[in-house]
Design a protein around this ligand. Structure first.
Ligand code: AKG
Ligand code: FE2
Length: 219
């Protein structure tokens, strides 16, 4: 196999764990379209800091698009069809983003993916996500499709319990990680973002996770 000449070239799917596949560079070739799509969403529903149950602020700023958006407040985590900041429905999921998420899922071995939610995370230097499972979705047989843009990060990939050993997986601009099946409920997180400048996003990392929040997965 010859190495790609350009960092924007997608590499062959790389198994990370049972049911978990890393698509290195999958989103890089169309970075301008990703940027435009995220820009359209955040013009309507800007990134904002949410409060976690108990009252402390999350370090990652978030917004959503699609039929359902993941929200956190002092009481609980939940999916909401409306933006709590405005009471309006979340912006529609841009067709480009939806199609790319479906294509990434298929490339990772999950045909028939139909995301109805996209949580958009903005990390600035120092922001992190502690180990957690994505468990607020209705059908845990549907995979998660997670797109990384901007500054690199160290993604933490654990196991079925919080105590399981954690692998450090470097994620860079354009990488797409898909996990489902036997590892759909794996613990995962993100180490504090290191300072840096990305040619497209400056001192930020964006992560977009596509989910099937309120739909059944029938592959
Ligand atoms: O930023 C990431 O790569 C992971 C995000 C995540 O785990 C989540 O949004 O639930
Ligand atoms: Fe997560």
């Amino acid at each position: 196999m010859s190495l790609p000449l350009f960092a924007t070239e997608a590499l062959p799917p790389q198994p990370l764990d049972a049911g978990a596949v890393l698509l290195r560079g999958f989103a890089a070739a169309r970075e301008q379209e990703w940027l435009q799509a995220v820009g359209r969403v955040t013009a309507q529903a800007p990134f904002r800091v949410m409060t976690r149950p108990g009252g402390a602020p999350l370090s990652v700023a978030m917004t959503n698009c699609g039929d359902w958006g993941w929200v956190s407040d002092a009481q609980r985590y939940r999916y909401s069809s409306t933006d709590p900041a405005t009471g309006l429905p979340w912006p529609a999921m841009p067709a480009f983003m939806q199609a790319q998420a479906v294509a990434a899922a298929a490339a990772a071995g999950y045909p028939g993916y139909a995301p109805d939610a996209c949580l958009m995370n903005r990390y600035q230097p120092g922001a992190k996500m502690t180990l957690h499972r994505d468990e607020d979705e209705m059908d845990w047989s549907a995979p998660i499709v997670s797109v990384s843009l901007g500054l690199p990060c160290t993604f933490l990939w654990g196991g079925p319990t919080r105590q399981d050993p954690v692998r450090r997986v470097p994620l860079t601009h354009g990488d797409v990680l898909v996990w489902g099946g036997p590892t759909r409920m794996a613990y995962h997180g993100v180490n504090p973002l290191k300072a840096g400048q990305h040619h497209l996003l400056g001192a930020q990392r964006w992560n977009l996770t596509f989910r099937m929040a309120k739909r059944y997965y029938a592959a």
